[in-house]
Design a protein around this ligand. Structure first.
Ligand code: NBP
Length: 478
């Protein structure tokens, strides 16, 4: 065969990825279960590069140069397993199967192990950037063996987005499921970013009294500063859009129920398993869930509480500035939590993930791309052992400078009855970490009281239990 890469599964993502490879000068074998999609791709975009249309799995495999590299871009879950089983028997030792779908990293670990035993490299690749990214340059997070990256890396580096300094937004994340894991956390952070932006909007609307158009303008100005990011940019676009049918602000004619496909939920589920406090991401997932419970919301509609009364003039403008501080501080916390989760996964699965490199490849192509990520990259590059982003001097100074306004915003939101689960959870995380003493001491006392779970003392080593039901004397338990 002569094709350097093959793509099977030619729905939006696969088709655009195949075109991206072709436009970058690679010969691309293309295949889809329903052959009409293969024909349509070659007919519509055949002049963008060199495609080899394969009608059967055998033709597809025969079209690839060896060792073969074939990308699977089908629906995640059972279809991915079905397609792997269709192709694996046709491959030779050393060939590379790439799964570009949104697989759960545990599935990727299982598939990688199974195929490794059969002599085939399996690479789970997280791809972010949606349809547009797949075509023009996504952020690409490949897992799998080092050997597989030697074969695949140069192609991925060609088609990936490029950061401002020109470096491609892809790197070998680590073995087996590391790539899909990092993509999962990326999506969790994306949920948190979106929730924080939504809270900022709600506060500007209901407390500052701004119109959607004025809020769009505010976000546009924030987008020229430290919050410069794709999500802030598109927020301004959505807020300035007017519904052509009614002439109303678009945001006012959309039902206020947020849906989800599940990667945010996965992030939180895994965080619970690993014991990582990702409260900001969890609140973002729960906020979407709450919005969807029409029955609960209807039943609660008449519960008492304040109705927000908008501020006016200079007060409103001053409040908007404080919201920017609160948003930025909360964002620092979200990323602190997300990177903690990546570090925890890396340690648990022995992936040796370079956190600075992860921040670097999120700088362009993906949904959370932002100027901010270059600073995170710099923080981890300077100190790879950094225990938390909050212990980076620059981030610590910034969040410290923002904390007064952050508190004022959360307090005002509470006073006016505007829900800010993201801002408030982030602030509690900040105060929790910086606390000299936590009430966890009392929790341990309760646990020892009802379950003899023991506790540790502040003044000497060992575990202890108090005879709560007896004379309340203390025994050393080990
Ligand atoms: P879909 O997730 O809608 O999958 C459609 C493709 O899967 C078609 O090519 C279809 O073939 C094929 N397929 C199915 Br379904 N079952 C199959 C089977 N048993 N055997 C062979 N082929 C089968 O496509 P997509 O939206 O392009 O997404 C592809 C992957 O990329 C997914 O895992 C998705 O989660 C991930 N992803 C999507 C985005 C995005 O923005 N859409 C972003 C990042 C990642 P057919 O044409 O014959 O029915």
């Amino acid at each position: 065969g002569t094709a350097q890469i093959g793509v099977t599964g030619l729905a939006v993502m696969g088709r655009n990825l195949a075109r991206n490879f072709a436009r970058n000068g690679f010969t691309v074998a293309v295949h889809n279960r329903t052959t009409a999609k293969t024909d349509a791709l070659v007919k519509e975009f055949g002049d963008e590069g060199t495609f080899i249309a394969a009608r059967t799995p055998e033709e597809f495999v025969a079209a690839l140069e060896r060792p073969r590299r074939l990308v699977i871009m089908v629906k995640a879950g059972d279809p991915t397993d079905a397609v792997i089983e269709e192709f694996a028997p046709l491959l030779d030792e050393g060939d590379v199967i790439i799964d570009g779908g949104n697989a759960h990293f545990e599935d990727t670990r299982r598939r990688e192990k199974d195929l490794r035993e059969r002599g085939i490299h399996f690479v789970g690749v997280g791809i972010s950037g949606g349809e547009e990214g797949a075509l023009n340059g996504p952020s690409i997070m490949p897992g799998g063996s080092t050997r597989s990256y030697e074969s695949l890396g140069p192609l991925l580096e060609k088609i990936a987005a490029k950061a401002k300094d020109g470096t491609p937004c892809t790197t070998h994340i680590g073995p087996d499921g590391a790539g899909h894991y990092v993509k999962m956390v990326h999506n969790g952070i994306e949920y948190a970013d979106m929730q924080l932006i939504a809270e900022a909007y709600d506060l500007l609307r209901r407390v500052a009294g701004y119109s959607p158009a004025k809020i769009a303008e505010t976000f546009r100005s924030w987008n020229t500063g430290r919050l410069d990011s794709y999500l802030i940019e598109i927020t301004a676009e959505v807020l300035s859009h007017t519904d052509p049918e009614t002439g109303k602000p678009f945001v006012d004619i959309v039902q206020d129920r947020a849906e989800q496909k599940g990667t945010g939920r996965w992030t939180v589920q895994i965080a619970l398993d690993l014991g990582v406090p990702v409260s900001g991401i969890a609140e973002a997932v729960f906020a979407r869930s709450l919005s969807g419970h029409a029955d609960l919301r209807e039943a609660a509609r008449d519960l008492p509480g304040p109705t927000a009364t908008p501020l006016a003039g200079a007060e409103a403008a001053a409040f908007a500035d404080r919201v920017e501080q609160a948003l930025y501080a909360s964002k620092i916390v979200s990323y602190t939590q997300g990177f903690h989760q990546i570090r925890a996964g890396s340690e648990t699965y022995d992936w040796k993930i370079d956190l600075g490199a992860v921040a670097a490849i999120w700088r362009a192509g993906c949904i959370i791309r932002a100027a901010f990520l270059d600073r995170i990259r710099a923080a981890y590059d300077a100190r790879p052992e950094l225990v938390s982003l909050l212990s980076d001097q620059q981030f610590a100074e910034e969040i410290g400078a923002a904390q007064d306004d952050w508190r004022a915003v959360v307090a005002e939101a509470v006073r006016q009855g505007v829900p800010t689960p993201g801002f408030a959870a982030a602030l509690s995380y900040y105060d929790g970490l910086r606390a000299d003493r936590l009430p966890a001491a009392l929790t341990q006392g309760q646990r020892d009281f009802f379950g003899a779970h023991t506790y540790r003392r502040t003044d000497r080593a060992g575990s202890f239990h108090t005879l709560w039901g007896g004379d309340r004397s203390e025994t050393a338990t080990g």
